[in-house]
Write a protein that binds this ligand. Structure first.
Ligand code: NAD
Length: 485
């Protein structure tokens, strides 16, 4: 069987087990690496609800201590966690290790962020007594994770949610349940109670059931725009439920005048092809000044030709692995052919050496001549190139998308960067830096179809707790000064 039929229907199982099963397969080999039952949503929500009051009443210092112990557990098991991520996503080991480092970094960032952004404040006023601002957790939060960074990105919601005093039901991507389960085990080993942090293995069906469940207080989502929109729609009549959406991008990387062609090309290749292009922040569109086009593209192509793509544990070490499954590889191949058939000119073809596996080469295609360029996120190693004449055109081109996660400018003067920063619409705007790997010490989120202004990273503290204002005095002191008979 393949990953594409991973969510087995009840009919495919023996009658006695009328429970849905889920399996996960290594993209690089097709070998099954995990199998288990999907979560019982009602049961999970009920447990989480029951656990909430006690957890929320713990001193903040206790919850902080537990997430620090979680970091220690991650350190102890870093190798196993990295290997699980690498096997389950197909990414090279060096990159899986980098993901583990991000999980660790997020712990201290979240502790600092909670203290900075949700600390207790008291404003004294002689007339009105004390005005206190304190924060409360929402209750039961559902975390829906994507497959591409199956430990780091769910962790980026889970850790701040737990610090703030919420109980969490984490549904990992159906393509990365093993990583999700391991992440939860490390939290439990650290002492986070089982009912406070529960895993719900499952696919879109379990995601939908969790979102629609009356007993939850919010959804913290990282994934594609289509899914995010459907979650938003489902909760449209429930303004009381928190919805934090981190979605995809169609991210522009503008290259302007720079003498540093080799560095510029390296930034382009890194931004477009790291993780086989399976990053929300990957550069999808390279927008190049006319005069830079020939020399830059020659460098980019030469470097992309050198990119080794292979299995996680291959030697020599690959730069990137396969895409997540054969269905994704099929879709990307179709998209590439569509671009070719509608006015695109291949600079570097998309090559799939083995039809039975989802390995794809980096691909580069000039789409300047295309009349209607589809504004969709191609979640793989396909870079589209657009040639422009002047800087205003470059900014307009960068903004020609409904998404708005990242935009980056390579080269240009400080004045041009200022114009770029002011004119471009995105949650992350970089200069001479790759589009990928945003620091979680800052906000991580986007505009338009990329998110709903609840950026994660440092700012996750903001949506994990809500502020409560309290006017407070030791004794009642009524004051009606006017209007009495
Ligand atoms: P996805 O939208 O397919 O799935 C994300 C999660 O939602 C999974 O757990 C899935 O099971 C669940 N889900 C699917 N349909 C659902 C529904 N109707 N209701 C409730 N839950 C549902 O995303 P993916 O393919 O796993 O991840 C890749 C996408 O994530 C890309 O679009 C990428 O850009 C985006 N992403 C965004 C960020 C960010 O921080 N902005 C980071 C990483 C990935």
């Amino acid at each position: 069987s393949t990953r594409d039929e991973a969510v087995a229907s009840p009919g495919a199982l023996p009658r006695a087990a009328a429970v849905r099963e889920l399996a996960s397969y290594e993209p690089a080999t097709g070998v099954e690496m995990w199998r288990g039952r999907v979560g019982d949503v009602d049961d999970l929500v009920e447990r989480a609800r029951r656990a909430f009051p006690t957890w929320a009443a713990q001193p903040l210092s206790t919850r902080m201590e537990l997430v620090r112990r979680f970091a220690n557990e991650v350190r102890k098991d870093a190798e196993a966690l990295a290997a699980t991520i690498a096997r389950e996503t197909g990414k090279p080991m060096w990159e899986a290790h980098a993901e583990v480092e991000s999980v660790l970094a997020k712990v201290e960032i979240s502790i600092r962020a909670y203290a900075d952004r949700t600390s207790q404040r008291k404003l004294d006023s002689a007339l009105q007594g004390t005005m206190a601002v304190r924060h409360k957790p929402h209750g039961v939060l559902v975390v829906l994770g994507p497959f591409n960074m199956p430990a780091h990105l769910p962790g980026a919601h889970i850790v701040p949610a737990l610090i703030a005093g919420n109980t969490v039901i984490f549904k990992p991507s159906e393509k990365a349940p093993a990583t999700g389960e391991l992440l939860a085990r490390l939290l439990h080993r650290a002492g986070v109670p089982a009912a406070v942090m529960q895993v719900c293995p499952g696919g879109p069906a379990e995601g939908q059931m969790l979102v629609a469940h009356d007993g939850i207080d919010g959804v913290l989502f990282t994934g594609s725009a289509n899914t995010g929109i459907s979650i938003n729609r489902k909760l449209a009549a429930r303004p009381d439920k928190l919805v934090a959406l981190e979605m995809g991008g169609n991210n522009p990387l503008v290259v302007w005048d720079t003498p540093k062609l080799t560095d510029a090309a390296a930034i382009v290749v890194q931004s477009a092809f790291a993780s086989a292009g399976q990053r929300c922040t990957a550069a999808r569109r390279l927008i190049v000044k006319d005069s830079m086009y020939e020399p830059l593209l020659a460098e980019v192509k030469a470097l992309a030709d050198r990119v080794i793509f292979g299995a996680p544990f291959d030697s020599p070490t690959p730069f990137m692995g396969p895409v997540i499954d054969t269905m994704a590889a099929d879709g990307l191949t179709e998209s590439f052919l569509y671009l070719l058939g509608h006015g695109g000119r291949a600079i570097k073809h998309l090559v799939r050496p083995d039809e039975s596996l989802p390995f794809l080469s980096p691909a580069i295609i000039d789409v300047t001549a295309m009349a209607d360029r589809p504004d969709v996120e191609l979640f793989g190693p396909i870079l589209q190139v657009v040639r422009v004449g002047d800087f205003d055109e470059a900014i307009a081109e960068a903004n020609a998308t409904r998404f708005g996660l990242v935009a980056a400018l390579i080269g240009g003067t400080p004045q041009e960067y200022n114009r770029f920063w002011g004119g471009v619409r995105a949650g992350i705007v970089n200069w001479n830096r790759p589009t990928i790997s945003p620091s979680h010490a800052g906000p991580v989120g986007g505009t338009g179809l990329s998110g709903n202004h609840r950026p994660t990273g440092y700012y996750a503290a903001d949506y994990c707790a809500y502020p409560v204002a309290s006017g407070e005095m030791e004794q009642p002191r009524a004051a009606i000064g006017v209007g009495l008979r």
